[in-house]
Design a protein around this ligand. Structure first.
Ligand SMILES: CC(C)(COP(=O)(O)OP(=O)(O)OC[C@H]1O[C@@H](n2cnc3c(N)ncnc32)[C@H](O)[C@@H]1OP(=O)(O)O)[C@@H](O)C(=O)NCCC(=O)NCCS
Length: 171
């Protein structure tokens, strides 16, 4: 069935649809998730998309520029070194999620390829749980490599691997 990839912005009603997917996939609190999405939607080089199938929003992907002074970037820089080549001119894929019932239909791949093509940076980064072997396999199939085997962003919480991919933009 045809899937449409549609952008959303800070004020777009689709942002709330993206939050709904996120809550469903990760079992998160609604209000906190909305704040999380809205905060990111105001950061430089935010690009967010939803996947729509048969009028239903079934997936989302978003990210922002990754740079010194941002919480995620600084945590990663503290582990791999601020001068690590992958951290220069970089963008972080903050979230990629597809509703369980709609997985394994290439919707994740569509969202992934679309958002990476639109963001303008040569280096893209992400973190995913060390335990999330399925997601790591998905990303490795899409050309990502692990640059850090795992650390906890917050003390006492589960460790995340850091992955990187080079993106070539044709002019
Ligand atoms: C990762 C995710 C976005 C992939 O979406 P999708 O629409 O199923 O992706 P595609 O159909 O394009 O690709 C499916 C591939 O992902 C792999 N995969 C992803 N997550 C998996 C999991 N938890 N267990 C097993 N395989 C998984 C499958 O093996 C499949 O590869 P294959 O075709 O070689 O079998 C989706 O599984 C998801 O939302 N997972 C939960 C959230 C998550 O882990 N997000 C990424 C980390 S932040």
């Amino acid at each position: 069935m045809a899937v449409k990839i549609i952008p959303y912005h800070y004020r777009s009603p689709l942002l709330q649809e993206a939050v709904r997917v996120y809550i469903d996939v990760w079992q998160r609190n609604k209000e906190e998730s909305l704040v999380f999405f809205r905060n990111y939607a105001q950061l430089p080089y935010f690009y967010g998309f939803v996947a729509q199938q048969n009028k239903k929003i079934v997936g989302t992907a978003f990210g922002v520029q990754s740079k010194t002074g941002q919480w995620w970037h600084d945590k990663v820089a503290a582990q791999v070194g601020a001068n690590h080549p992958t951290l220069q001119e970089s963008w972080v894929l903050t979230e990629l999620a597809v509703l369980d019932a709609y997985r394994n239909q290439q919707i994740g791949a569509l969202l992934h390829d679309h958002v990476l093509n639109v963001q303008p940076f040569p280096n893209v980064l992400l973190s995913t749980q060390v335990s999330n072997i399925g997601a790591q396999r998905f990303y490795q199939q899409h050309g990502w490599q692990i640059i850090h085997a795992g650390f906890a962003f917050t003390r006492g919480h589960e460790p995340y691997v850091i992955m990187h991919k080079s993106v070539t933009h044709s002019c």
